[in-house]
Design a protein around this ligand. Sequence first.
Ligand code: GDP
Length: 177
Amino acid sequence: LENHQEKIDYVFKVVVIGDSAVGKTQLLSRFARNEFCFDSKSTIGVEFQTRTVTIKSKVIKAQIWDTAGQERYRAVTSAYYRGALGAMLVYDTTKRQSFDHVARWVEELRGHADNSIVIMLIGNKADLVDLRAVPTEDAVEFAENQGLFFFETSALNGDNVEPAFFKLLEEIYNVVS
Ligand code: GDP
């Protein structure tokens, strides 16, 4: 029922950002292809993946962009953000530093992206419960202060990945419709 390519009502560009190794590429392939690839980074060079979904009876093609490793060199360019209606800002729940950098990524978005961009904060790798380094409440508080949506996910087992992307797309739809 998600294959209505003949009649697309909207195309939404979404960018995935956050520190290196937090799971951006895996979240994207989990959502776009329902895959988790243990041999990561084989996808380098692929700029975006798409998935078409139906939200509120509208057929929406989500075009989701991956930094393809540019963030390692702090070289994410304004071209990457151009036209983006939504952002998945990902940190790793087992790496405090990746959460401490989230504020910087928000600044980057506010500087380069459209003002109305919808931002979804994602605490990924929630499956690694014994290694958790970022309490959920810290992220909830930050998200509330900054006006971000928030989910904890696991690209590995798929937990919350669909709800997070669907919520982001639905909020974008509310902005553009
Ligand atoms: P990126 O640099 O942000 O795109 O991160 P990747 O998607 O390449 O993932 C970095 C590493 O984290 C890889 O070894 C992945 O297998 C692993 N990884 C990604 N998501 C998860 C997750 O949800 N749970 C666990 N346990 N590992 C993950």
